[in-house]
Design a binder for this molecule. Structure first.
Ligand SMILES: NC(=O)c1ccc[n+]([C@@H]2O[C@H](COP(=O)([O-])OP(=O)(O)OC[C@H]3O[C@@H](n4cnc5c(N)ncnc54)[C@H](OP(=O)(O)O)[C@@H]3O)[C@@H](O)[C@H]2O)c1
Length: 250
């Protein structure tokens, strides 16, 4: 079955769907005929995402405010009674040396990067009969501080790896596959600063370690995410797939 036949009539939830990797994934899925419910925090970002394709529906929600997930689930239900897949792409990073790491920022990363994906998938499971879930980790989970020190970010992204392995094991009986993607340096809003002139030297140093000698694009990561959601990945679960230009082999 080709992708167009597979995705037609299916509905996917993408957190962090209003920017970068999540936005590119929303568009790619929509172009393949799926309905996409893109969740983001910033109204203007959601508006520009919705304009990309008629199949993209948007919901504004702030995952750093815990305790209001039921409200989000009600809004999702207004769009669709059945969900075929879930992508947890929402993410935030705070950088600070360990000694002075601010606990409220650690908590925020835990909430946005991990717990919101955990809780939302749990809540939508009753209307997700079978399908695929993808969580977005980071090379920082494996290699520590890649650009600036952030033990807190590494903690949240390593938690994602443990989570997908446990969920793959638990949800296999329900025919739900769960995988993680592990991006390296990708040019998005999150890495804007690192692509500025001020970071030219650090950037060159970083790219020297990347066998492909360049940063990735949001569209390249989107292709991997959509592959994992598709029937082509029907026997892949519990996996952690690097998309980092080869950074992890050096
Ligand atoms: N770029 C990289 O080099 C890189 C590398 C490894 C992993 N990642 C991971 O990839 C994922 C996507 O990041 P990106 O690079 O595409 O960055 P991005 O363009 O900044 O996108 C981040 C997304 O998360 C949403 N978000 C942030 N805080 C939120 C909150 N409190 N509530 C709801 N949504 C929130 C943003 O919403 P709004 O835009 O609407 O505010 C946006 O849609 C993240 O999990 C990130 O950690 C990125």
């Amino acid at each position: 079955m080709n992708d167009l036949e597979y995705f037609k009539g299916k509905t996917y939830i993408i957190t962090g769907g209003s920017s970068g990797i999540g936005k590119a994934s929303s568009l790619l899925l929509a172009e393949k005929g799926a309905t996409v419910i893109s969740i983001g925090r910033t109204k203007s970002h959601l508006e520009s995402t919705a304009l990309l394709h008629k199949n993209i529906k948007t919901i504004q929600h702030d995952f750093s405010e815990s305790g209001n997930i039921e409200h989000l689930v009600d809004k999702i239900r207004q769009f669709s009674c059945c969900i075929d897949g879930f992508v947890h792409c929402a993410g935030v990073i705070y950088t600070e040396p360990f000694e002075t790491f601010r606990m409220h920022e650690l908590r925020k990363m835990e909430l946005v990067n991990v717990e919101s994906g955990f809780e939302l998938l749990q809540k939508i499971l009753t209307f997700m009969k079978e399908g695929s879930a993808v969580f977005v980790s980071s090379i920082d989970a494996f290699f520590g501080a890649v650009n600036s020190p952030s033990s807190g970010y590494a903690l949240s992204k390593a938690a994602v790896i443990g989570l997908v392995r446990a969920l793959a094991s638990e949800l296999g009986d329900k025919k739900i596959r769960v995988n993680a993607v592990v991006p390296g340096l990708i040019k998005t809003q999150m890495t804007d600063d690192f692509f500025s002139e001020a970071f030219a030297e650090e950037r060159q140093k970083f790219l020297k370690r990347v066998p492909l000698r360049r940063a990735g694009t949001a569209e390249e990561v989107a292709k991997l995410i959509v592959f994992l959601l598709s029937d082509s990945a029907s026997y892949i679960t519990g996996d952690t797939i690097f998309i980092d230009g080869g950074y992890h082999v050096r």
